[in-house]
Every structure is written in structure tokens, then in C-alpha cells.
Design a protein around this ligand. Structure first.
Ligand code: SF4
Length: 336
């Protein structure tokens, strides 16, 4: 068995410590950072990925690889076999998928086992003893999935049995207290690390409701839909269109970058206002209503408000003269 492993790396302290504890035993560690539209998706840009890899290497001495699992994830997220957590977070299936993906990469990286930063009893659903076993069983990683931070409380794994790692030198952390993690962080000189569990938008109460609606309404939703859903105000119009309205300059700029080929842009023509995207555009009524909503969020001024829909400049745009604005109740009824 080669003295080499793959570690699921969220970037939080537990995953950093899992890497450090194994490196301490002379194991060659390759950390895998998974990305999907729901977490760490900005790392699909090469420059950001390179910068992040460099940062992890410099700060923690950990070699990192970034793995995009979007396709598999979108198939899983609408119907996870083990259900959801508090919101739309399918934590058990998410981990099963990541472990499975890591297993498929073992040959490529010459790894003989997989490790995670999971801690027995730290989270109510996904880190219970029975859940840890389900993750092992359903990913097919039984015997080769090591949790170095709780190893002393769990069944011995193959790398321990074969002496690749020494069980007695692994940690025995359980529960929600972070005391032992703090002690280990100090031991390894780790001072600067992100807060636990940050960054997964499926565990966000508002966004998870929005995703739920998108999954139901557009079963063939795309990664772009999932990213756009995280920016701005959202309206579901009566004809089935999806209108997104930027709330500030940075959201306006972000929406402009996210505009898909089939999306239409709406902007008030004679006054400052939000960047609006009309997606999955339905009928003419929806377009008129979208223009009125766009006008509603534009800076107040004389009526009517001319709103351009379609081409951002030059010919090809439709212009709507909006002379009455939708009420707050009308907006609230369509907001999602
Ligand atoms: S919080 Fe999100 S990323 Fe973390 S295990 Fe759950 S679903 Fe996966």
C-alpha cells in the first residue's frame, strides 16, 4: 500500500488538520477541493484556482487539486437518496459523491486511501456514527476511508492495519467542542483559517427556497441558473419568465457577466437603474411587466419611464414606455 492519500478538503480547519495529522506521519497528501455552483465555484477560473492552490501551499504546506463535480452534483441535488439537512443541503449524499469521486482519482494520484476531516458527533446529521458508516458503505470506500481526527473512536481501517499510519498517533476528537482542534492548530502553527461550514449556499435558508423553486419549475436547470440564483432580487412572472434585478453596482456588474445567450437585458434608458436579466422569457405580457419592475427599481423621476429590452445598444431592442409602476404587494407576490 503506497504511503499516499487523497483528503477531501473544504478549506475549513478540520480538513486542514486531517492533512497535517497525516503529513506528520510521513504520508504524501493530495488535498481535493471539489467545486459546484453551490460552493467554491469561483475556483473554476484558472487564475483564481492557481492563486488558491498557491495560498494553501504557502499557508499550510498542502498540495491541492481542484475537481469540478458539477455534472454529477446537479443530478444528485434534486433527489438525494438520504434526504436533506435543515435546508436544501444534501450533506450525506454530497459526501458520498465526493468520496466516490476521490476513489475514482486514486490511481491518478497514486493514493492508497482516502481521508476526511469529519469529526464523530460534531454535526447532528452528517457526522453521527451511523451516518459515517453509511457514507463509507454507499461510496464503496469501506476500509479505506480514514477520519484521522476521530480515528481512535472508529473501526480500524486498512491503512492503520497495514501500518501505513499509526492509529495511536491519530486524534481522538468527538463532539462539538473545538478545543482539541485549537490545540492541534497551535501545534501545527495554523493561525489563519476560514470559519467552519461557510460557503455552501444549499444550507442558506433563503437561497435554498429559491433553488427549490428553480428545481421544480425548470427541471432541466443549468449550472448558470444555480449561479444567477445567488445574485439580486428574483421574480417569477405569470407567463413563466424569470426576472433578476441587481440590487447594487456590484450585483449589476455581476449579472452583466453572468448573462447567458438566451437572456435579455432590461435597463431604464433615461435614468440610473438596475441591470435586469429576463430569463426563460415567456409572453409579451411578461416582457411588459418585466419592464415595469425594472422601472420600479430605477431612480425616481418623471413618468413615463422608457425601458429598453433586448439589445443593450444599437438596433434590435424593444422599448417599453412604462407609465405605471407595480405595487409592493404585486412585487411581493412574484418574488421568490
Ligand atoms: S454543507 Fe453543503 S458542501 Fe457541506 S456537506 Fe452539506 S451539502 Fe455538502
Amino acid at each position: 500500500m503506497p504511503k499516499s492519500c487523497l483528503v477531501l478538503f473544504s478549506g475549513g480547519l478540520d480538513s486542514i488538520l486531517a492533512c497535517k495529522v497525516l503529513q506528520d506521519q510521513g504520508v504524501r497528501v493530495t488535498a481535493l477541493k471539489f467545486i459546484t455552483p453551490f460552493f467554491s465555484y469561483d475556483l473554476r477560473h484558472k487564475e483564481r484556482a492557481d492563486a488558491y492552490r498557491e495560498q494553501v501551499r504557502e499557508k499550510y504546506g498542502i498540495h491541492l487539486e481542484i475537481v469540478d463535480i458539477t455534472d454529477e452534483y446537479l443530478k444528485m441535488v434534486t433527489a438525494p437518496e438520504h434526504g436533506y439537512g435543515r435546508y436544501l443541503n444534501p450533506c450525506i449524499d454530497c459526501k458520498i459523491l465526493m468520496v466516490k469521486k476521490a476513489m475514482s482519482l486514486m490511481d491518478k494520484y497514486g493514493a492508497s486511501f482516502i481521508a476526511t476531516g469529519e469529526v464523530l458527533g460534531q454535526r447532528p446529521m452528517s457526522q453521527r456514527r451511523d451516518t459515517l458508516r453509511i457514507i463509507e458503505r454507499d461510496s464503496g470506500a469501506e476500509g479505506i476511508l480514514l477520519r484521522p481526527l476521530s480515528a481512535c473512536h472508529l473501526k480500524e481501517t486498512r491503512p492503520e492495519k497495514e501500518g501505513i499510519v499509526h492509529r495511536q498517533a491519530l486524534a481522538d476528537i468527538t463532539g462539538r467542542s473545538r478545543k482539541e482542534q485549537m490545540r492541534l492548530a497551535k501545534k501545527y502553527g495554523i493561525k489563519d483559517y476560514p470559519a467552519p461550514a461557510g460557503g455552501c449556499v444549499l444550507a442558506d435558508p433563503i437561497l435554498s427556497e429559491r433553488f427549490k423553486k428553480i428545481f421544480q419549475k425548470w427541471p432541466d436547470f443549468t449550472p448558470l441558473d444555480c449561479v444567477v440564483a445567488q445574485v439580486g432580487r428574483h421574480f417569477l412572472l405569470p407567463g413563466g419568465s424569470w426576472l433578476v434585478v441587481g440590487r447594487n453596482k456590484s450585483e449589476n456588474e455581476r449579472l452583466a457577466r453572468l448573462k447567458g445567450d438566451a437572456d435579455m437585458v432590461l435597463r431604464a434608458m433615461d435614468r440610473p437603474g438596475p441591470y435586469c436579466l429576463l430569463r426563460k422569457a415567456g409572453d409579451a405580457e411578461d416582457k411588459r411587466l418585466a419592464a415595469a419592475i425594472c422601472a420600479r427599481y430605477a431612480k425616481a423621476g418623471q413618468m413615463p419611464v422608457p425601458v429598453r429590452l433586448g439589445a443593450e445598444r444599437g438596433p434590435g431592442a424593444e422599448v417599453y414606455e412604462v407609465d405605471s409602476l407595480p405595487s409592493q404587494d404585486t412585487l411581493a407576490a412574484m418574488m421568490f
